[in-house]
Ligand binder design. Structure first.
Ligand code: ATP
Ligand code: MG
Ligand code: MG
Ligand code: MG
Length: 571
């Protein structure tokens, strides 16, 4: 391409709204523009890279035996009602109505639709295993869209879903996806770590996140170099003494430590009826101070739902759905359960505490411990949920003991670029997605789901590959491989040699740009650096001798080569 014809609106100034490198650079290098909060368009240069990432993902999915299809983004409410997620998604779901007042949403993730599709078409065990995927636009009305496409409200996700006969089959499908993910992120040139994630109330048997190490990451990751243990901060077990220090009496002047906060292991509730719930909590729904763990603002929050109201069957089911899915905001929980949300506070940053006085006066109730299978007993809100205390209670810290081997762990921030999840039969049970086995017996399909954010991956690549002059694209995702810069386009021999190199490279299938603009060389160099093209060939004064300068974006070294050698090297 000829830069003189290209639409690359670069900016000299750092845009005020951008806080992190990738966001600044994506705007400055003319890769994208903002349309609305959390909504962006990709411009030509950005879209090339975007498509390259998509293509890497596609190739690796295909290699792993997954088959591509595409679902609609516009989905009827019924799809999510059967699984209970119409309510559970809460405010994060973009909802709309058609002209006949039928409810729809813009899909935030597609477990239900894939399950329905497979359910309707597959009967026999012979058709399994099956993994389907799409690369498709998702919509999430994020509470706080930020960092450009890193957390946007419209984004493209590769989402894959596997369907197996049994757990053993799922293990194999999951492993294939795991390996495909490693290849994808390797090919993208990312330095990442795979961490265990909480399956929490989703109830699956395993889940891992692919985290790109970065100081602008929004998730904490703890890992041990001695034994390979790695978990996100929701999953990481905190076993250090200092971590669970709850001393506080001196500050509040209350006698609040008479009963110490106690982390109690509880079996994951598998309760489907009021009777079972009563049995499980050893109290009637009317009395129980039930806890659940759910997410708000992308952080796990603990919430207590007081059982001081009669729960009917529907409310209970909705409550159980919330518990299972770990996803809802306080308002939603309150709305769907009809219960009073006594307390809700994200563990970690952005503390938001809703305490009504009555609840604050209650003594010694149980709350979610931000850890699947655990609750805190003897909680005293005043004492235990001061913002500073919350962090102490839960967060695993640098130097804490590794839960596996006891060596000191490292703690860093990471960007979640991919997430793989053993769902088990959660959706197949809810939607009755079954197959007939060899004996003609009906069984639920055993499912996995696997997501990668394409836009976020692109931003993460830039986050890890930039310097003070701009982006430093890895070759695999660079919008173009080579940029040729004639220093003075008015000089005939320079222009002619640059054109010759350009056409030779084009002929060899190299993706090449030529900066044929009538601009000062300094401007061209600056732009080439900003947009991060991996190889720069400069045609200057020695053009008449057939000599050019060859430079890699990631190195400072400039070498002189014969034009033909430069072409060979750049191929
Ligand atoms: P987060 O914890 O950052 O909110 P998530 O756990 O909600 O992400 P998943 O539902 O696991 O996300 O979706 C799979 C992938 O989609 C994520 O790993 C991420 O790469 C991408 N993704 C999720 N939300 C967004 C978003 N708002 N903007 C861009 N990419 C996103
Ligand atoms: Mg999220
Ligand atoms: Mg997440
Ligand atoms: Mg996730």
């Amino acid at each position: 391409m000829r830069v003189s014809n290209m639409f690359i609106p670069t900016l000299r100034e750092v845009p005020a709204e951008a806080e992190i490198d990738s966001h600044k650079l994506m705007l400055r290098a003319g890769l994208m523009r903002k349309i609305a909060s959390g909504v962006y368009s990709f411009l030509p240069l950005g879209y090339r890279t975007f498509r390259k990432i998509e293509q890497i993902v596609r190739e690796e999915m295909d290699r792993a035996g997954a088959q591509e299809l595409i679902m609609s983004a516009l989905l009827p409410a019924e799809v999510y009602q059967a699984s209970g997620r119409w309510e559970v998604f809460g405010a994060e779901m973009f909802r709309l109505k058609d002209r006949n007042d039928r409810e729809f949403c813009l899909g935030p993730t597609h477990e239900e639709v894939f399950t329905e599709t497979v359910k309707n078409e597959i009967r026999s065990y012979r058709a399994l295993p099956l993994t389907l995927y799409q690369i498709q636009t998702k919509y999430r009305d994020e509470r706080r869209p930020r960092f450009g496409v890193m957390r946007s409200r419209e984004f493209v996700m590769k989402d894959a879903y596997s369907f197996d006969r049994d757990e053993a089959g799922l293990d194999i499908s999951y492993q294939k996806m795991y390996e495909a993910y490693c290849r994808i992120f390797d090919r993208c040139g990312l330095n990442y770590i795979v961490v265990d994630a909480d399956t929490g109330a989703m109830g699956g048997s395993g889940s891992q996140e692919f985290m790109v190490k970065s100081s602008v990451g929004e998730s904490g990751i703890a890992y041990c170099e001695a034994c390979g243990y790695a978990a996100n901060d929701e999953k990481a077990e905190c076993i250090s003494d200092s971590c669970c220090d709850t001393s506080c009496c001196s500050e509040s002047g209350q006698d609040c430590c008479s009963e110490e906060l106690e982390l109690t292991k509880v079996a994951t509730p598998d309760v489907k009826t009021i009777e079972e719930l009563t049995e499980f909590f050893k109290c009637s729904p009317k009395e129980f101070a039930k806890t659940l763990i759910y997410k708000a603002d992308d952080k796990i929050v603990a919430a207590m739902v007081r059982g001081d109201r009669e729960l009917n069957e529907t409310k209970l089911q909705n409550l159980l759905n919330c518990i299972e899915l770990e996803m809802a905001d306080p308002e939603t929980v309150q709305k769907v359960t009809g219960a009073d949300v006594g307390f809700a506070g994200p563990i970690g940053l952005d503390i938001e505490i809703i305490i009504d006085n009555e609840v604050a006066n209650m003594k010694n109730f149980i709350v979610g411990a931000n850890e699947s299978g655990f609750h805190y007993k003897n909680v005293n809100i005043e004492r235990d949920f001061k913002a500073s205390m919350v962090k102490d209670i839960r967060t695993i810290c640098e130097g804490d003991k590794c839960p596996k081997c006891g060596a000191p762990v490292k703690v860093e921030l990471g960007i979640e670029v991919g997430h793989i999840f053993k769902l088990g039969t959660k959706y197949s049970d809810a939607l009755h997605c079954v197959y007939l086995d060899e004996n003609g017996k009906e069984n639920p399909m055993v499912m996995g789901c696997y997501g990668i954010g394409i836009n976020r991956t692109m931003a993460a690549i830039i986050e890890q590959n930039n310097d003070e002059n701009g982006i430093v694209w890895p070759m695999s995702v660079a919008p173009y491989h080579v940029i040729i810069i004639p220093v003075n386009t008015k000089d005939d021999s320079q222009a002619a040699l640059a054109e010759k190199i350009y056409s030779d490279l084009l002929e060899s299938g190299v993706e090449v740009m030529i900066d044929d603009r009538d601009e000062r060389a300094g401007v061209k160099f600056k732009d080439a650096d900003l947009i991060g093209i991996p190889i720069r060939i400069t045609v200057g004064k020695k053009a008449s001798e057939g000599i050019v300068e060859y430079k890699l974006r990631k190195d400072s070294e400039v070498i002189e080569l014969k034009a033909e050698e430069a072409v060979e090297k750049a191929k």
